[in-house]
Write a protein that binds this ligand. Structure first.
Ligand code: CMP
Length: 140
C-alpha cells in the first residue's frame, strides 16, 4: 500500500460553505478513489491531538479552535503517487500562494481556513487515516 494512499479533511470553512460536493468532484475527477469518508466534528482536544506535530507553533491554539469550530469531512484516498499528486491538486497552504485551478485557490479564504488538509508523507497519511478510521470503515 506504500505510495498509493493519502488522507484529507474538508475543513469547517469549506464544509460550512457547502463546498464539500464540489471539492469531492475535483478529487474524483483527478483520479482519486474514496477508501473511507464520514462527516464528524472534532473536540478541541481531538483537534489538538491531530495537529500535535504543530504544538510549538504560534498558530497552534487558533488552529485547534478553528478545526473544532464546525463539522469536517475526513477522507482516505487511493491513487498511484497519492501524497504528491494530492498536494499538487490542493495547492500551497496559503491560498494567496496557491496555483490557479487548485482546490485551495478556488475554495480557501485564508491560511487557516484553507478548505482542505493533505498529508505530507506516506507515513503521516497512514497515521492520519488511522486517527479517524478503523479497518471496518474502509471499502478498499
Ligand atoms: P494543514 O495542511 O491542515 O496543516 C497545518 C495547518 O495549520 C495548515 O493546513 C493551516 O490551515 C494552519 N495554519 C494556520 N496558520 C498557519 C501558518 N502561519 N503557517 C502554516 N500553517 C498555518
Amino acid at each position: 500500500m506504500a505510495n498509493n494512499r493519502t488522507f484529507t479533511m474538508i475543513k469547517p470553512d469549506a464544509f460550512g460553505a457547502g463546498n464539500s460536493g464540489a471539492i469531492l468532484k475535483m478529487i474524483e475527477e483527478a483520479g482519486f478513489k474514496i477508501v473511507a469518508m464520514k462527516a464528524t466534528k472534532l473536540s478541541p482536544e481531538m483537534a489538538g491531538k491531530f495537529y500535535e506535530v504543530h504544538s510549538e507553533r504560534p498558530f497552534y491554539a487558533a488552529l485547534c479552535a478553528y478545526m473544532s469550530s464546525g463539522p469536517i469531512l475526513p477522507v482516505i484516498l487511493e491513487k498511484d503517487n497519492a501524497v504528491e499528486d494530492f498536494r499538487k491538486l490542493i495547492g500551497a497552504t496559503n491560498p494567496a500562494d496557491a496555483a490557479e485551478g487548485t482546490i485551495r485557490k478556488i475554495f480557501a479564504t485564508s491560511i487557516e481556513a484553507n478548505a482542505v488538509h493533505g498529508s505530507d508523507s506516506d507515513e503521516n497519511a497512514a497515521i492520519e487515516g488511522n486517527f479517524f478510521f478503523s479497518q471496518f470503515e474502509r471499502v478498499l
